[in-house]
Write a protein that binds this ligand. Sequence first.
Ligand SMILES: [Mg+2]
Length: 255
Amino acid sequence: MPTLPRLVAFDLDDTLAPSKSALDPTMIDLLVKLLNVTEVCVISGGQFGQFQAQIINNLPGISAEALARLHLMPTCGTQYYRADAQGWAQVYAENLSDDQKATALEAVEQTARRLGYWENDTWGPILEDRGSQITFSALGQAAPVAAKIAWDPSGEKKNTLREAVQALLPDLEVRSGGSTSVDITRQGIDKAYGMKRLAELTGVDLDDMLFVGDRLDENGNDYPVKALGVECIAVEGWPDTAALLEDLIPRYVTV
Ligand SMILES: [Mg+2]
């Protein structure tokens, strides 16, 4: 990082928190400190409800001024939320049509069944309509991390499913999401899309942003941000991100 970023954007699962879990108090503390000195965005394939459970509900006592610097982009930036005096407000949402949803749900279920990836014992529903995104979670939304790792340790199943479903849905975009999930959205919508929208909405140039994520590898859901040319730092879990912030935050204070 040659200069201090005007905006720091984070992936959520396995970057700020363990998958689908609340942020550790250490990370909450660092995030509040960062919000006191610069703009912060969190962008994830997850829904706004997950942002509430993992982040928002754990930000007690944060000043309105700091909270106004927090930009939330659920479902890969197809939705955008900001805080105001009344609470959290949705700025925009780009939803799939009913036809697109029906086609996507059918294609992903049939393909998963054909490949032998459709499990009977799961932690919640496998398929989820997130409005702007259809999500397939092999073991259900609430599956424990260990079970997800055991199901597809190399990511091969997820990538095979993604490619097969994409071939059936040429007009939609099919991406690998979390460790066992596949996300279907309108074409051209990924985290790079969300970051470009963020630049337009905030007036902060992409060159003045830093992105932190755990899946910046070519098959990862953070990779589009790297391909866009945004300065990126790869982490392997929230403790890496915490170490990065311990180093970064004091640099703002001494400027
Ligand atoms: Mg992640």
